[in-house]
Ligand binder design. Structure first.
Ligand SMILES: Cc1cc2nc3c(=O)[nH]c(=O)nc-3n(C[C@H](O)[C@H](O)[C@H](O)COP(=O)(O)OP(=O)(O)OC[C@H]3O[C@@H](n4cnc5c(N)ncnc54)[C@H](O)[C@@H]3O)c2cc1C
Length: 284
């Protein structure tokens, strides 16, 4: 197999110019933790690799008035141990990061690269959907922003056009006082989830404000459990069993080598209920 041509972009403009030139013949190289294994396995064979690791300010994890701005080079590791202010804006983020593989992968892989890769069993796409992230798709002659729920269209498939670069992702600030839980059923530590749940909510005296529930590992894309959220908003913690059942009823998992459809459905109910209960402050 011929080796791809390697191009290193120093700016986002350089990267988008290269994408305009090479389009679907090119692949963006971010942390390389999915792209390089896919190339090794013969599942990806780009003619041109556009390395964005040297793009200036690519490691920026910035607090904005409305939330957090995550630039292309922010590694999983940086989100595992963020500042208290960052964690308060997006409590689900530091909860999710430790589930991503092992430290070596977390040291190199990036949040934006994971969202671009769109593995339905991955943690960051589900966090993005749960928290109403917006994804900026930049091209040489403009840009657009896409809500996370509209970004993912299938396994490893998104609305990104070949000449577009994910240039940043914005997470809106969580309702103050929100607590998050991320739970996964996996057979071994570091494996992809068989069933995964991202939950975030503010819970006071059993009342629930701004509940977020998203599932991963169970469908072709990460799915928001909107009906479960509605039940929690109206019924509070007393309605958590109904909400978990609603999340299960809205899901459409498949049987695969790791789990049957029936087992996944039952585990969705169990893990959603657990995750919501974990968002409630401990009663002393
Ligand atoms: C052993 C192992 C275990 C893993 N376990 C997990 C796990 O449990 N959970 C999990 O979520 N992930 C897991 N991963 C994957 C890891 O999280 C990757 O880091 C992540 O999927 C991709 O991020 P990256 O920065 O490494 O992207 P890359 O591998 O560089 O790129 C991935 C894809 O996205 C495209 N891309 C990257 N950045 C952009 C951009 N800015 N604009 C447009 N396209 C872009 C690339 O062209 C490529 O197609 C694992 C990886 C390994 C090797």
């Amino acid at each position: 197999m011929p080796r791809p041509i390697y191009r290193r972009a120093a700016t986002l403009d350089e990267a988008t110019a290269l994408l305009a030139e090479h389009g679907s013949d090119a692949a963006v190289l971010s942390g390389g933790q999915s792209l390089i294994p896919m190339m090794s396995a013969g599942l990806a064979a780009p003619d041109v690799l556009i390395d964005i690791n040297s793009v200036e300010d690519s490691g920026a994890l910035e607090e904005t008035d409305g939330g957090l701005r995550i630039a292309t080079g922010v590694r999983h590791r940086a989100l595992e141990w963020p500042s208290g202010a960052v964690a308060a804006k997006a409590p689900a983020v530091p909860r999710a990061a430790p589930f991503i593989s092992h430290p070596a992968v977390r040291n190199r892989g990036t949040f934006v690269g994971s969202v671009a890769h769109a593995d339905p069993s991955a943690e960051w796409p589900a966090v993005a959907v749960a928290l109403d992230a917006t994804i900026t798709l930049r091209r040489h002659d403009g840009q657009r922003t896409v809500p996370a729920e509209e970004f993912f269209v299938g396994p490893m498939t998104t609305v990104r056009e070949p000449e577009e670069l994910l240039s940043e992702i914005h997470l809106p600030t969580a309702t103050p006082g929100s607590v998050a839980a991320v739970l996964e059923l996996a057979y071994r530590s570091g494996d992809y989830a068989i069933v995964g749940v991202v939950a975030q909510a503010r819970i006071d005296d059993g009342r629930i404000t701004d509940p977020r529930v998203a599932l991963f590992g169970v469908d072709a894309v990460p799915r928001r459990a909107h009906e479960a959220e509605r039940i929690l908003t109206e019924g509070g913690l007393a309605a958590v069993e109904d909400a978990a059942a609603a999340a299960r009823d809205a899901a459409d998992p498949q049987t695969d080598a790791t789990a049957s459809r029936g087992y996944r459905l039952e585990m969705i109910r169990v893990y959603v209920e657990r995750a919501i209960r974990q968002c409630a402050p401990a009663v002393s």
